[in-house]
Write a protein that binds this ligand. Sequence first.
Ligand SMILES: [Mg+2]
Length: 199
Amino acid sequence: MHSAYKKWILNSYDKINSDYVELDKLDQLVGDGDHGSTIYKGITVAKQLYLNKLTSPLDETMAIISKQMRIEMGGASGILMSIFFDESGKIDKSNLNSSIIDIFEKSIDKIMKIGKVKAGDKSILDIYIPVLNFLKKNSDFQFKKNEINEILSLSLAKTKEMEAQVGRAKFLENRGLGFIDPGAKSTEIILREYFESLL
Ligand SMILES: [Mg+2]
């Protein structure tokens, strides 16, 4: 699992590195304009730590990465986005499918509780939940990477039509309607790279 996770973190870093300026621009439209730079800080520290921690068990590695991402990123997005990284360390090679489902369920549960956010609020959850639903409905999901990628794209596009109930966008007159959610965008990138590396 270590090599797949290493690939995930390094590829996510590369993608965020090339996209974070665009993400900041998107966040200028609906937030305070720093989401790209914030996630870039987080994934940079994740990359550095991953390269240093290769000898630790995966769950320990990912717990450390999650904690440092949270500290590095700060704010609500740091807390909420680091959750998946921590949970992802609990993957079980001998129970791959059910452990991945478990990772998504626990992440969603924590994001809902800690972020006081629900489906349709225009947040990162609007990416996680459709993916989880797909995984639960498709016991052979490890052979359906293309479909998962499609779910990711569609779920991201749907946030455009949502009015924000959380985050800064909810204070805007149009509640961010017509724009995709920046956190959903970075989550889509990270989950796409996750399945790309894992499956
Ligand atoms: Mg911000």
